[in-house]
Ligand binder design. Structure first.
Ligand SMILES: Cc1cc2nc3c(=O)[nH]c(=O)nc-3n(C[C@H](O)[C@H](O)[C@H](O)COP(=O)(O)O)c2cc1C
Length: 319
């Protein structure tokens, strides 16, 4: 396994609370880190560099308080995503703040991460990059990233479409850096399964949306508890790039899920949606892991049983 030792010592579970725009507010990410699970902050949740600095400063203070008041606590590393295509001076300013406030991991999801990887390494950080196939994994390895996040089928957000059982072991064959399994993970047993397949960490989104600290509407929580994977649709009609959406969230804003408006023209705008309807804001996403979610606990109340399930998964008798 290829997780830096310095990370392992500060984690209570081999897991990451995934990056989720709008959902991953400061409460969720800070609580995850304080429970020994790597937390990922979406940079786009704050508009300007001043707001970003204020945010990072608050995080650092919160994580330092946790480390000081609980001497044996695991306070896990913090990750921030940065776009691969931002102007150099803007990138430098963002990376400088990451260095100043102890962000150790930069996440990039799309595009060619070559330049970003070089600049992150110059500054002493690590870069993680999302991949959905062997083709993209090879490109990211050539770009020099430290970690590949293997986005498999059935995940929340813009999911992949190759099953994890194949994607993770195939990518592990060609990469000895850190590997993450991403998508549909809701239990401690699934975290262990990620390791068995060759990953170092499990990347979990939907399971963390269903926690008290997630910055979401109560109706979103209710859907996560009441709905199953048959209440999801995988479509590009909502936000152009195909993603898994809760059908009930489309009905809630008055859309007909069988007859969704079609995106117009090119680009990433969502102006095909009626006024006031916005993907992620009131059209909500979830992954197939929803089938194993029936509560909305505090992060601490979630991580404890995940740890127990994870440990129990080591005790399974051999066939
Ligand atoms: C509501 C929501 C918002 C997301 N936002 C982002 C994002 O802004 N950037 C990104 O790279 N991935 C985003 N993702 C994908 C997650 O980082 C992660 O890959 C996914 O949630 C894992 O699958 P799971 O939800 O089945 O655990 C989002 C996922 C969800 C459910």
């Amino acid at each position: 396994m290829a997780l830096p030792d310095s990370f392992q010592q500060r984690m209570s579970l081999p897991a990451v609370c995934a990056l989720m725009s709008l959902v991953s507010g400061s409460e969720l990410v800070a609580e995850a880190c304080c429970e020994g699970v790597i937390g990922a902050l979406p940079r786009a949740n704050v508009r300007d560099i001043e707001g970003f600095e204020h945010w990072l400063q608050q995080f650092r203070e919160r994580l330092n308080r946790q480390a000081d008041s609980h001497r044996h606590a695991c306070v896990a590393p913090l990750a921030v995503n940065l776009a691969t295509r931002i102007p150099d001076d803007e990138l430098r300013a963002n990376l400088e703040l990451c260095g100043k406030y102890g962000v150790e991991i930069t996440i990039s999801a799309t595009g060619d991460p070559t330049d970003l990887a070089r600049q992150v390494h110059d500054w002493g950080g690590l870069i993680w990059h999302d991949v959905v196939s062997m083709r993209f994994a090879k490109k990211a390895i050539a770009a020099g990233v430290d970690c590949l996040t293997c986005v498999g089928a059935g995940g929340g957000g813009h999911s992949g479409n190759i099953g994890h059982l194949v994607l993770v072991p195939r990518i592990r064959e060609i990469f000895d850096g850190t590997l993450l399994m991403d998508g549909s993970i809701s239990t401690g047993a699934a975290i262990r399964a990620a390791e068995v397949l060759g990953a170092d960490l499990a990347y979990m989104g939907t399971r963390f949306i269903a926690t008290c600290e997630a910055a979401v509407d109560l109706a979103y929580h209710q859907m996560l508890v009441e709905c199953t994977s048959s209440d999801l649709m995988f479509t590009g009609k909502v936000a152009r790039v195909p993603a898994n959406w809760l059908i009930r969230s489309t009905e809630r804003v008055g859309l007909d899920p069988g007859n969704l408006p079609l995106p117009l023209g090119k680009g990433m705008r969502h102006d095909h949606q009626p006024a006031g309807v916005k993907p992620w804001k009131n059209l909500w996403s979830a992954g197939h892991g929803i089938d194993l979610i029936d509560d909305t606990p505090l992060v601490a109340e979630l991580v404890d049983p995940l740890r127990e399930e994870y440990s129990r998964a080591f005790d399974l008798p051999a066939f």
